[in-house]
Ligand binder design. Structure first.
Ligand SMILES: CC(C)(COP(=O)(O)OP(=O)(O)OC[C@H]1O[C@@H](n2cnc3c(N)ncnc32)[C@H](O)[C@@H]1OP(=O)(O)O)[C@@H](O)C(=O)NCCC(=O)NCCS
Length: 149
């Protein structure tokens, strides 16, 4: 791909807290996770957390939570800084998170109005299986998408 930035994917840790916070604020003005939740995500050893970086700058993040007894992995968050979007970075993060969770089924929730994310998920093989009414802050419905691997 022309002008593809050179980014790398690697596990995120507590040292990434400030940059993750910045990504959350930029990507989720209505739903940014509070500080304590971000710390929890970064320190819980059972969770998958992958960052995308260019040099030392974190430009994207994905979180995954494998519910092993149910055989379901949940994508808990996925965001890429606006100036680095449409470069395939979320696709790469999502694919890697699915792989690391290693579950036969992956699920996620997305705002009904978030058509850009829905386009991405459909392109990666997700299908809508349910609607959680008024799930999000502000009362918006959440669509439940699922992918079988
Ligand atoms: C949704 C989001 C993660 C996509 O990140 P990204 O790195 O730009 O995604 P990719 O470059 O991998 O996009 C892959 C495909 O998804 C679709 N897509 C992504 N963003 C899109 C947009 N704004 N409009 C239309 N389609 C879009 C396209 O089909 C795209 O392929 P293309 O660029 O070749 O046309 C990013 O826009 C974001 O962080 N948004 C705010 C947070 C968010 O909504 N997260 C998801 C919560 S469920």
């Amino acid at each position: 791909m022309i002008n593809q930035p050179i980014y790398k994917l690697s596990p995120a840790g507590l040292g990434d807290l400030n940059q993750l916070r910045a990504i959350e604020k930029a990507c989720f003005p209505l739903d940014a996770w509070p500080m304590l939740e971000l710390i929890g995500v970064l320190i819980m050893p059972t969770l998958v957390k992958i960052k995308a970086e260019i040099g030392d700058k974190m430009i994207g993040f994905v979180g995954g939570d494998a519910h092993r007894l149910e055989g379901v992995g949940w994508i808990t968050t996925l965001g890429v800084l606006p100036q680095y979007q449409r470069m395939g970075i979320a696709t790469a993060l999502l694919d890697q998170c699915e792989q690391q969770m290693g579950m036969p089924v992956v699920k996620l929730t997305v705002r009904r109005s978030n058509l850009s994310a829905q386009t991405l998920y459909h392109a990666r093989g997700y299908q809508q299986i349910d609607v959680w009414k008024s799930y999000y802050e502000g009362g918006e419905d959440g669509l439940i998408l699922q992918k079988k691997l």
